[in-house]
Design a protein around this ligand. Sequence first.
Ligand code: AMP
Ligand code: ZN
Length: 474
Amino acid sequence: MRIFNTETRTKEEFVPITPGKISMYVCGPTVYNLIHIGNARPMIVFDTFRRYMTHKGYEVNYVSNFTDVDDKIIKKANEEGVSADVISERYIEECKKDMAAMNVMPATYHPQATQEIDGMIDMIQSLIDKGFAYATGDGTVYYRTRKFKDYGKLSHKNLDDLESGHRSEGHALKVTGNNEKEDDLDFVLWKPKKEGEPAWKSPWCEGRPGWHIECSVMSKKYLGDTIDIHAGGEDLIFPHHENEIAQSEACNGKEFAHYWMHNGFLNIDNVKMSKSLGNFFTVRDIAAKYDLNVLRFFMLTGQYRSPLNFSADLMEAAKTSLGRIITAADQINFLLKNAPAEKILDSEKENAEKIASFTEKFDAVMDDDLNTADAISVIFELVKFINTTADEKSSKEYLEALKKELLELTDILGLKVETKEELLDADIEALIEERQAARKNKDFKRADEIRDELLNKGIILEDTRQGVKWKRAD
Ligand code: AMP
Ligand code: ZN
């Protein structure tokens, strides 16, 4: 497997620290709102990486945090007149629902910054003890950027350029009260509480951590001092990941991460989708129109490092393409019901031998820095092979082998191609009945859960006077 490492700017052969195991940290969202589909890109891309590496036999320890203390969360809490944790807990729950609907597997651990404050205080203290950080008069703690010799190694920036950038942007040394930074390039590790903000006691002042220290601490706690892979969107390279390296390597005296993977932006009209620009669609907006399987498919039509432009037309095209794969799966299931022979026929032997070659081709393109775009092309080759070689005369064994291959490859990409009819007959109708029973017993929580679960599977319930009706979201 070759991975493009942002730090070396080359594709490198992946060699794990421990044979057969991968430790991986993916920076997660700040939870103050429903996630938009830009935020969904790293979730889908790195979940696909995880699934692929699992398919190759690795045991992947996958950690992804929730940033649950932040100015934007506090602002939203003040607007609603509730505490910050009401906001963050609400949007963590909503985010987990979106992840499930996009078939993104839950991480091995989903740490939350506010639960890890002690570890942050310890790391900051250790940085102060080693001379890499200092507290100012009001209790703000800064990282002494120039002291870390490798600063800029990830983003390929040098300190002098950074400094002149600061000056030309008008960031003169901000001296306010007794909060003096030694150097413009120093960044915050701990900041004092302001009125109405959540705060924790610390040796320096009552306050809260800076954003960068959170990930250094959570990565160390759940995965150790040195990890295999650290990942996130490319906007995180600088300053977030650069600062994480400075903190972790100065504190631990060891290399922080062996490989740095960054996904390109999801754009609209070639501009990054972001909350601040207002040019975004939430995952929920998309779910109202499409099965999120289609969104997942769309995200994987590009290689993860390339920018990906979102448009209504491309979503329609994704829906049609995915539909072709689903139709092939349907067709096999249909043929399987009436297959004339159990065992493989002599006339099928040659084709049967070809089936495994699709996995080989698939693996070869995925091994090249997770080229999901080419992997999807391999799946279409398989679909074509199915459409041309499977028919009413095919044996059960041959059809089963085709089906297994198709499901294996689509499953690595996290795409669900089982037919909706199968889901409906077996599970969904039972769930509708269970929901009716729950409502009778006034267990509205369970009833709502079932409605949400069905919604995730693309089934919309309508309560009418004639009883419950359902329809498929298409
Ligand atoms: P945030 O909540 O803004 O910190 O973002 C959470 C994750 O989503 C980070 O890994 C970001 O890099 C990523 N992200 C945010 N917007 C986009 C976008 N438009 N395209 C791709 N990734 C994004
Ligand atoms: Zn992070």
